[in-house]
Design a binder for this molecule. Structure first.
Ligand code: B4P
Length: 183
């Protein structure tokens, strides 16, 4: 079994950015629930129709929907050699579902990207120009609140698997910290 890495951190911490770089470097699939959900919204599938307004408001899509798409993705052949989870699990129930499906070894290391709240708002407001439906000031604040209420309590559940990485620098400097955390 290859590497099984999880990226944790607040919205806009750079999980998607770093996960894409690391997945390419390691040759394992980058499994992002945010990307999969946005694709479902764009394609207008049943899942996308249910997720659309929830995501636009900054709330979490229901666990059963998200767990189903992740289980389906991790059952594909390419994930047998490892994977990089980005944005999932996002609460205690999703973490339990992952462990129930794939066991305690489903996550080998959890990289926690740490970024100040001011920097997060700044980054997401800049991305708003790219037109993502959930990047506006009200929704960004809601996503931060959801992170504190639902995701942060889950971080403790991963205990000594969690390695904190400074997410405040330039993208390449943060990536150097990610790589150091894995050796
Ligand atoms: P996600 O797609 O997971 O998005 P995110 O948390 O907002 O962003 P991320 O941390 O990946 O930041 P990024 O690299 O893009 O979730 C979106 C929504 O989907 C959720 O609110 C929820 O509704 C739903 N959802 C997803 N997963 C779910 C789940 N498991 N359960 C239920 N619902 C779920 O970086 C942000 C910006 O910063 C980018 O513009 C980037 O270019 C920039 N940036 C990155 N690194 C930088 C750096 N070092 N310096 C400067 N800018 C940087």
């Amino acid at each position: 079994m290859g590497r099984r890495i999880l990226f944790l951190g607040p919205p806009g911490a750079g999980k998607g950015t770093q996960a894409a770089m690391l997945a390419t470097a390691l040759g394992v699939p980058h499994v992002s629930t945010g990307v999969m959900l946005r694709e479902a919204v764009a394609a207008g599938t049943e899942l996308g129709k249910r997720a659309k307004s929830i995501m636009a408001g900054g709330d979490l899509v229901p666990d059963d929907l998200v767990v189903a798409i992740v289980e389906e993705r991790l059952a594909r052949d390419d994930a047998a050699c490892g994977y990089l989870l980005d944005g999932f699990p996002r609460n205690v129930a999703q973490a339990r579902a992952l462990t129930a499906a794939l066991g305690d070894d489903s996550v080998e290391v959890a990289l926690l990207l740490e970024v100040d709240e001011d920097e997060i708002v700044d980054r997401l407001m800049k991305r708003a120009a790219e037109g993502r439906a959930d990047d506006n000031e009200d929704t960004i604040r809601r996503r931060l609140e959801v992170y504190r209420q639902e995701t942060e309590p889950m971080v403790a559940a991963y205990g000594d698997k969690v390695v904190a990485v400074d997410g405040m620098g330039a993208v390449d400097d943060v990536f150097a910290g990610v790589v150091r955390a894995l050796v």
